[in-house]
Design a protein around this ligand. Structure first.
Ligand SMILES: *Cc1c(COP(=O)(O)O)cnc(C)c1O
Length: 413
């Protein structure tokens, strides 16, 4: 791989690098070009136009009329902003162990002095709305202040049903806030901050938004904003109210990541040109074709519930006795293809195929070809024909719900 800063690994390979990890995703040329402009005065009138435009445009992507604040930070920073603006030391929250990112968010909450009731999970399923309802219904004293869940669990390829989690909270008649991490879901998987009654949505720039890492977001409901007035966790940089006051005129309290905002402006334009429903359908279709390949190879998809298959990435279990990282190393060295590593509990056992962002049928076919060739090179037991199965899946339909995809898979098996 040749990096543009002159660093190179193993000399120069011709052809493009396939960055098929589930974030950072490939940054399209239109966005690279859009960022390649001089940085401007962030207190001047030209910036004000940019600020107003991205602050209003990003609401369309979250499908919200509420405030969306933008931090120069990775997604982890926006996790901290969501917790510190809404909670007080010693507050109890409900979290669910859907995978590595849910576990990291829990660890952060505990470091901040929040008490976490962590529902154990096997990393193959999403949030069970019934368990949420049971826990909240069994809390007449209203001790839970928030339910914090991950929408698209990037470590496993499982997407939780946030609208159903909302309904579970409502059935229990509980006032807890709903905080959702859609860092890897936003702009790839359907996500509706307002319609689903989410109080704070956390997201980041380097996944569905197709930008480099460095921006993160909080979409904030009126109820969450109200909670911030009494929330006592210490916060300074992350303070929503200062941010929102400056944003009212298109400005930021401290220096914004101006060039990333040029990129964000372009990303919003691209997503709206394609149309969000089309963006989501494209991701579902590529995910279905990916699963068709995995099943045809005779390998197992990590996600155990077809209603929760992720449109963003697919986690694949390696057969016993085969290390996923050794496999990924061959894919990188032979084909200049980066696949996602297994994280936390599933390190070495799982590899992840990112099919998000700036991605089309041929990107998918190249990725799957690279994987099928690597399976052979690595001596991983598998059946041939995964690439063919994915092609049939792509030509069979222009869109795929999970159930359609599963019927296709059943026919192939
Ligand atoms: C990527 C990701 C994070 C972490 O975001 P950073 O930008 O690395 O801080 C958290 N949660 C989920 C679901 C993610 O996909």
């Amino acid at each position: 791989m040749k990096l543009s800063n002159g660093l190179a690994l193993n000399g120069h390979p011709s052809g493009r690098h396939f960055l098929q990890i589930p974030g950072p995703s490939t940054v399209p040329d239109r966005i690279l070009r859009a960022m390649d402009y001089p940085t401007i005065d962030h207190r001047g009138p030209e910036f004000q136009n940019l600020g107003k435009s991205v602050l209003s445009g990003i609401r369309k992507i979250f499908q919200t009329e509420s405030h969306v604040v933008i931090y120069p930070a990775s997604g982890t920073g926006a996790w901290e902003a969501a917790l510190t603006n809404t909670l007080s030391p010693g507050d109890l929250v409900l979290m669910v162990e859907t995978g590595h990112f849910a576990t990291l968010w829990k660890r952060m909450a505990e470091r901040l002095g929040i008490v976490v009731d962590f529902v154990a999970g096997d990393w193959r399923r999403g949030v069970d709305p019934e368990i949420v309802e049971q826990r909240l219904a069994a809390d007449p004293g209203r001790r839970y202040k928030a339910v914090c869940v991950v929408h698209n669990e990037t470590s496993t390829g499982v997407t939780s049903r946030i609208a159903e989690v909302r309904r579970a909270i409502d059935r229990a008649g509980h006032p807890a806030l709903l905080l959702v991490d859609s860092i890897s879901g936003l702009a790839s998987a359907d996500y509706r901050h307002d319609e689903w009654g989410v109080d704070v949505t956390v997201s980041g720039s380097q996944k569905g938004l197709m930008l480099p890492p460095g921006l993160s977001f909080n979409a904030i409901s009126a109820k969450a904003l109200e909670a911030s007035k009494t929330a006592k966790l210490p916060r300074a940089y992350w303070e929503w109210n200062e941010m929102i006051a400056s944003n009212a005129n298109g400005f930021f309290p401290s220096t914004p990541a101006t060039n990333l905002l040029y990129g964000l402006h372009e990303a919003i334009a691209m997503l709206l040109e394609e149309g969000l429903p089309n963006v989501f359908a494209r991701h579902r279709r590529h995910a279905a074709a990916t699963r068709a390949a995995v099943h045809a190879w005779g390998l197992e998809v990590l996600c155990a519930n077809p209603d929760e298959y992720s449109p963003v990435l697919t986690g694949v279990l390696m057969p016993d006795g085969h290390n996923a990282d050794a496999f990924r190393k061959i894919a990188l060295e032979k084909f200049n293809l980066s696949l996602g590593q297994g994280l936390g509990k599933v390190a070495g056992k799982v590899f992840r195929i990112g099919h998000l962002g700036d991605f089309n049928d041929l990107t998918l076919m190249a990725t799957l070809s690279g994987i099928e060739m690597t399976l052979a090179l690595a001596g991983v037991p598998h059946r041939k024909g995964g690439v063919l199965a994915a092609m049939s899946s792509l030509s069979g339909s222009t869109d795929h719900s999970s159930s359609e995809a599963d019927r296709a898979v059943a026919q192939l098996a």
